[in-house]
Design a binder for this molecule. Structure first.
Ligand SMILES: Nc1ncnc2c1ncn2[C@@H]1O[C@H](COP(=O)(O)OP(=O)(O)O)[C@@H](O)[C@H]1O
Ligand SMILES: [Mg+2]
Length: 273
């Protein structure tokens, strides 16, 4: 059965697009047929992070407006057999995405793909609402700082009330999980950043993963490669662990998967084992 997963946050610049690309690539690497859709009509950078921007001819909006068939707009990744991208364009008006249009495209994609990953724009307005509306699950991307946590909390409220599942009124809900990104263990231990526990206490949703702050993320994005394909990157490894959990595996939570394993809470407290 196919799953629609929205990658959302409220706040901009926290790592939604990076995470959408990394999770999409990770799912594809594990053999799941996956498509990542760019819902960010304002920014349009998913195609660049995934390294397919030069191949864009038709996009999500063309399909919704009936100017192209879905198959004409889908771009197959050149590295991973199971990975596809549905890009969007930044030039057209933001009302180009319609609720009915999005539903039609998602229904068609559900027939072919195991996972449909929706890269949400920032904010809680129309674009973000459309990206989450038909979701089965949500990855709530949050940085360990107060404004990001506050915006994520707002998004959790919307996921619980303004989605197709919530509107069924039978107790159905979008399954939301937290992806804590740009985490710096030392800065958290110093009190410069919030701790994992503090964030979890406020948002009170299951923890999908902790992605460390890592220079490999910018490097991967400049190369147009999802960071999960970089086996040496601590962020890439953390994304692959998160993907494992997303598909239901039990994987121990490590703050920095590049390091030797130590007790999770010892690390949080900055102690050496
Ligand atoms: N784990 C990380 N370590 C370092 N930089 C990161 C990390 N995650 C994201 N970034 C950087 O943060 C910026 C915003 O990321 P992006 O994925 O575009 O966020 P959003 O889609 O939420 O606006 C980018 O420059 C990206 O390279
Ligand atoms: Mg983005």
């Amino acid at each position: 059965m196919s799953k629609v997963i929205v990658v959302t946050s409220g706040k901009g610049g926290v790592g939604k697009t990076t995470s959408s690309a990394a999770i999409g690539a990770g799912l594809a690497m594990r053999g799941h047929k996956t498509v990542v859709i760019d819902f960010d009509v304002g920014l349009r950078n998913l195609d660049m992070i995934m390294g397919c921007e030069r191949r864009v001819v038709f996009d999500f909006i063309n399909v919704i407006q009936g100017d192209a068939k879905l198959k004409q707009a889908l771009i197959k990744d050149r590295r991973l057999e199971n990975l596809h991208v549905l890009p969007t364009s930044q030039t057209r008006d933001k009302d180009a995405l319609t609720t009915e249009g999005v539903k039609k495209v998602l229904d068609e994609l559900r027939e072919e793909f195991d996972y449909i990953v929706c890269d949400s724009p920032a904010g809680i307005e129309r674009g973000a609402h459309l990206a989450m509306y038909y979701a089965d699950e949500a990855v709530v991307v949050t940085n360990p700082e107060v404004s990001s946590v506050r915006d994520s909390d707002r998004v959790l409220g919307l996921l619980n009330s303004k989605t197709a599942l919530a509107e069924k009124g039978d107790g159905s809900a979008v399954k939301a999980q937290l992806l804590l990104t740009r985490f710096d263990q030392n800065r958290s231990a110093n009190g410069e950043m919030m701790s994992v526990e503090d964030v979890l206490e406020i948002l009170a949703i299951p923890l999908l993963g902790i992605i460390p702050e890592s220079t490999s993320v910018l490097k991967a994005s400049n190369e147009g490669t999802p960071v999960s394909l970089d086996e040496k990157s601590p962020a890439g490894k953390a994304y692959m662990d998160a993907v494992g959990r997303l598909v239901g595996e039990q994987i121990e939570m490590r703050v920095n998967p590049g390091e030797q394993r130590r007790g999770f809470f010892q690390r949080l407290l900055g102690r050496t084992a």
